[in-house]
Design a protein around this ligand. Structure first.
Ligand code: NAG
Ligand code: NAG
Ligand code: NAG
Ligand code: NAG
Ligand code: NAG
Ligand code: NAG
Ligand code: NAG
Ligand code: NAG
Length: 368
């Protein structure tokens, strides 16, 4: 140890009696620093009144790395610096010896640097003055959100996991669930890591009902190293077999294909088409091509859709009339129109029956 090998050792013991000299003290500032950044340890000896010379400024530490107090840096006039016990050139003197400013900087702070640092001024013939500086090392959490993709069902499952890993101190993890607030639960797990950091995992649990699929939730991470809260968006993903299957034509007038629309997650991996009581068409694919829509195409069409969880079917009854049918139909219309016209005429005539009959009768009378 640096102190034990120096001739000042005796003086230090002697001087400790005088530490209470009025007006003389060492001012230090506790500091908090984020892992990987540089820490500034400010230390200043206030006016001594005795105009005593500073012979040495010594820095000691008691850290996570080593709970035993050890000298790691000493500064002599010049200023000449001397390193010991490990920090090496990660320490820089940034003060001013003549101004009795003993400040230092610790570069690229590590988690093990967290601890109590002691700044000691040796004053010739007067003694030593010291102060403790707490250096707190924070570590930012690394965040991510991971979905579990459960299959729709009735047993509670983990839907989403939100991680705020390796933080010091532990991060706060909360959920913003909006409308789902009452239907989902959360459960938070804290794991202390060997380096003193904490990994927080917050689980979002719920019964994986189909309607939760595609709903958005937000995991919010708060930490004292980050000014704004961090929002991680996640879209819930619940798998389910094909539910409703409907067949729809691509156009209302000029049909070129029928499409099989399926509610499932994931999308069906297999589609096939059949026509009831017919061997053709048997077709595989999401869209059934319609070469031309003639009465030959008529029938009950079934679309089968499946994914890894199950299958379902939808049907459509197709009934087309061709060109000839249309001609027949118009002829039939002409016939009906003619028939209705005749009926109308007959009714009209019948309504004016009295005159006609009278005329007829009168003529009959005349004959009579
Ligand atoms: C820490 O200090 C070193 C040397 O002064 C400098 O190069 C580096 O950019 C500083 N790092 C940060 C995060 O300020
Ligand atoms: C001591 O030195 C540091 C680094 O240069 C500086 O930031 C600080 O203000 C100084 N202290 C005083 C009391 O001047
Ligand atoms: C230290 O302070 C003295 C007196 O204020 C000044 O003359 C000198 O330049 C300073 N040294 C450095 C390295 O800043
Ligand atoms: C500095 O650290 C010590 C020991 O952990 C503690 O007792 C003290 O309260 C701390 N000081 C401040 C200002 O946090
Ligand atoms: C919480 O963490 C512990 C230890 O890692 C683990 O055994 C436990 O299963 C976790 N709890 C949940 C709900 O995942
Ligand atoms: C998360 O969602 C919020 C609100 O819906 C939005 O403002 C924000 O930009 C989204 N963030 C990301 C990373 O998508
Ligand atoms: C299929 O054939 C069966 C038996 O011949 C008959 O009962 C059924 O109505 C037919 N279905 C269709 C859509 O033609
Ligand atoms: C058509 O699909 C259904 C559901 O995916 C499947 O059960 C059936 O075997 C398929 N038919 C043929 C002929 O591949």
């Amino acid at each position: 140890m640096l102190l034990s090998v120096t001739p000042l050792h005796g003086l230090i013991l002697f001087s400790s009696v005088f530490v209470q000299i009025a007006g003389v003290k060492v001012i230090g500032h506790d500091t908090a620093v984020v892992y990987g950044e540089n820490a500034t340890l400010l230390c200043q000896l206030t006016e001594t009144h005795q105009n005593a010379d500073v012979t040495r400024i010594i820095w000691k530490k008691k850290t996570q790395e080593n709970a035993e107090e050890k000298t790691f840096f000493s500064i002599r006039p010049g200023p000449k610096t001397e390193y010991s016990n490990g920090l090496g050139d990660r320490v820089q003197f940034i003060g001013n010896f003549t101004e009795k400013n003993g400040s230092i900087q610790l570069l690229r702070i590590g988690l093990l640097d967290d601890g109590i640092y002691t700044c000691i001024f040796n004053l010739f013939t007067v003694g030593t003055f010291e102060t403790d500086i707490n250096v707190t090392v924070f570590a930012r959490p690394s965040n991510n959100v991971r979905g579990e993709v459960p299959v729709a069902g009735f047993t509670e499952a983990t839907l989403v996991s939100c991680f705020a890993s390796n933080a010091k101190p532990a991060a706060e993890v909360i959920w913003r669930l909006g409308d789902l607030e009452n239907s989902l639960k959360t459960n938070t797990n804290y794991t202390m890591n060997s380096d003193g950091t904490v990994t927080v995992v917050s689980y979002l649990l719920g019964v994986p009902f189909k309607h939760l699929n595609k709903k958005n939730v937000q995991c919010v991470v708060k930490h004292n190293t980050v000014r704004d809260e961090l929002v991680l968006n996640y879209t819930i993903n619940i798998h389910y077999p094909p539910d409703s299957v409907v067949i729809i034509p691509d156009s209302p007038t000029n049909i070129k294909e029928f499409q099989c629309k399926v509610d499932s997650n994931p999308e069906p991996t297999n589609y096939n088409w059949t026509r009831v009581n017919k061997s053709d068409p048997f077709y595989e694919g999401k869209k059934l091509p319609v070469p031309n829509l003639t009465p030959d195409f008529n029938g009950l069409y079934i679309c089968h859709a499946s994914n890894q969880y199950g299958s379902s079917t939808g049907s459509l009854y197709v009934n087309v009339h061709n060109e000839t049918n249309a001609v027949c139909w118009s002829l039939f219309c002409v016939f009906i129109a003619a028939f209705l016209g005749a009926v109308f005429l007959f009714v009209f005539i019948w309504k004016h029956k009295p005159e006609w009959i009278q005329v007829l009768q009168s003529s009959n009378d005349e004959r009579d």
